[in-house]
Design a protein around this ligand. Sequence first.
Ligand SMILES: *Cc1c(COP(=O)(O)O)cnc(C)c1O
Length: 222
Amino acid sequence: MSIPQNLNHIKSSLPEHVTLVAVSKTKPVPDLMEAYNAGQRIFGENKIQEMVEKHDIMPKDIQWHMIGHVQRNKVKYMAPFVSLIHGVDNFKLLNEINRQAARYRRTINCLLQIKIAEEDSKFGMTATEASEILQSEAFSELQNIKVVGVMGMATFTDDTAQIQKEFTSLKNTFDVLKAIETPNCKLEIISMGMSGDYKLAIDCGSTMIRVGSSIFGERNYN
Ligand SMILES: *Cc1c(COP(=O)(O)O)cnc(C)c1O
């Protein structure tokens, strides 16, 4: 199927409260434009440089989401335009995002990445760490960021029960953290679910799915 067909197929199956992030990493701009012309306005990238390059040449009504691991020294490149950073997993990074957002007189929305997978390779903080950060005085001083939700990545496995357990743990963490409401923290988004598991993620409470290969086809990393 074509990119617009894939996109429409997925969108038609989504409940209204679920937002689709079209994950376009490694894909060329003409592919993204096909999705754009079919109505898609939210794109997710996992490399800052690639996102900046695409942002520079593509229409300005696109919302760019950074879904990958973020290196602190590169935040400055996306600070002028990024609309949501999914993978925030430590306070120093929040602090740098705040500093760069202030330079552009913006507020940058962030999700805290919670570690739900059993694999060691996945980034993220524990629910306790997240809770401590959100209630700290240092956090309350960050006026140019807003924490609007949580993000998680399940273990790469065929074991559906395992994935379901991990998604459910993220939903539970969200429910606990949601009680913490401050001027720069109001949790509304649960970012979980990719091409292979977004239906399960939605059943477990996801409000934002990040889908790449089911829209754009398999990625080629050569
Ligand atoms: C690549 C990526 C996705 C999309 O993966 P697909 O399996 O192609 O849908 C989602 N989330 C993150 C963090 C990614 O890096």
